[in-house]
Write a protein that binds this ligand. Structure first.
Ligand SMILES: Nc1ncnc2c1ncn2[C@@H]1O[C@H](COP(=O)(O)OP(=O)(O)OP(=O)(O)O)[C@@H](O)[C@H]1O
Ligand SMILES: [Mg+2]
Length: 385
């Protein structure tokens, strides 16, 4: 990743039927960056993607790509390829024709440029005996281009683990296979920017993890800038350089996965990313917060003395300790074995906390809890509360 801005959204607004869907979105995306839009259904992720790709026109604001305003320019002139949420494949065509579509249907001139006219000529001349003519006829170039397309399709299909599926009709494939055809169709064009709208949603977990890995590899190798859309916070965390957390057409927080996980700006982000315990407390003074009527040391927050704050503690950040060393004591209400750890619901004076621990507890047992100062994160209380 470097700091050349490839895409800039400036005060971007989109309304449908008078309703604000994208609400003054501002965002810069850098070259070769992997940015994920994360947010619940209907928050405007697809609409934003469609404005970048050119399938929707913004009502206000600008879509700037490589420094140029693209608002009113059609999709095909944008250095962008999109994998749509609904795959939009040509169901009457076979896999080969679907994947090859973007190159096959662009005409001879485009193809020459795409594969590089000089490189093609070189390749043809290199098969001729020494002293032979150095003239290359269009028919020879066309023949080689056909072969190049076959090779490119084959490479793209192997990237999505669909080798040998060229002849299969798309409507005779499973949802997950179709989704991978859509991916192959987008990557074959080697776009500068790839927009992926929930491209893995139809895949099972194992395949999904493989494809996550393949996509990251592709980004690394091909230097493509990715904008990725998902509902799945875990996927967002593992894939992204930065995450854009959205709600109702607004960016709630923009940052690295670590940053967003460790320092969510508000209750919405904290609950959307990972499990968390959020407790209303009071900022007593520098380095001290009070919640559940107990004072806790904290590090590094500035609020007004006496101000109400939301306190976030992740389930893995509680320390389970002997009762005499505990700052909070609760009663175990529920225990779920999660493979490595136990996820325990603990009732502390009427508030239910989720705590992860390797130790075994039974329902009804008392549990002692402590939290290290640097595991306590404070957030501003929303103004309307
Ligand atoms: N063409 C349209 N006409 C009218 N309303 C639309 C249109 N497209 C989208 N909307 C509305 O805009 C809102 C945002 O839709 P969008 O598809 O961007 O959401 P999303 O974040 O992609 O959701 P999901 O996660 O379900 O795909 C929704 O309320 C949707 O109903
Ligand atoms: Mg969508």
């Amino acid at each position: 990743m470097n700091n050349k801005v490839v895409i800039e959204l400036k005060d971007l607004v989109k309304r449908f039927d008078g309703e604000l869907i994208v609400n003054k979105m501002n965002l810069q995306i850098f070259e070769n960056e992997f940015v994920t839009f994360l947010g619940p259904s209907g928050c405007g992720k697809t609409t934003t993607i469609r404005m970048i790709a050119g399938f929707e026109t913004p009502d206000e604001g600008k879509v700037i790509i490589n420094g140029k305003v693209f608002n009113d320019l059609p999709p095909f002139v944008r250095p962008v390829n999109t994998v749509f949420q609904r795959y939009a494949l040509f169901t009457h065509l076979n896999v080969f024709d679907n994947v090859a579509f973007g190159i096959k249907n662009r005409g001879y001139k485009y193809q020459l440029k795409f594969f590089g006219e000089d490189a093609l000529k070189q390749e043809i001349l290199s098969t001729r005996p020494e002293g032979a003519s150095t003239e290359v006829k269009p028919i020879e170039l066309k023949k080689l281009i056909r072969q190049k397309i076959v090779d490119a399709v084959s490479r793209a299909l192997s990237l999505v683990k669909l080798q040998g599926f060229e002849k299969r009709k798309v409507n005779q494939m499973s949802g997950g296979q179709q989704q991978r055809v859509a991916l192959a169709r987008a990557i074959i064009n080697r776009p500068q920017i790839l927009l992926l709208d929930e491209p893995l949603a139809a895949l099972d977990l194992k395949l999904r993890q493989n494809m996550q890995y393949e996509l990251k590899e592709m980004q690394r190798k091909l230097g493509i800038t990715f904008i990725f859309v998902t509902h799945d916070q875990e996927e967002a965390m593992t894939m992204s350089d930065r995450i854009v957390v959205m709600k109702d057409g607004l960016i709630q927080q923009l940052g690295t996965p670590k940053h967003i996980y460790n320092e969510p700006v508000n209750r919405y982000v904290a609950t959307f990313i990972g499990d968390s315990n959020i407790i209303r407390g009071t900022y007593v003074r520098k380095n001290l917060v009070n919640f559940m009527n107990v004072d806790f040391d904290i590090i590094g927050y500035e609020f007004q003395d006496g101000e109400s704050v939301d306190v976030v503690i992740r389930p893995e950040d509680f320390d389970v300790v002997p009762l005499e060393k505990a700052k909070l004591v609760g009663i175990v209400k529920d225990v779920i074995f999660k493979g490595v750890h136990n996820e325990v619901d603990v009732d502390v004076n009427g508030a239910l906390f989720t705590v992860n621990t390797y130790e075994n507890y039974e329902v009804g047992q008392q549990m002692g809890l402590k939290v290290d100062p640097y595991e306590i994160h404070l957030m501003k209380v929303p103004q309307d509360e």
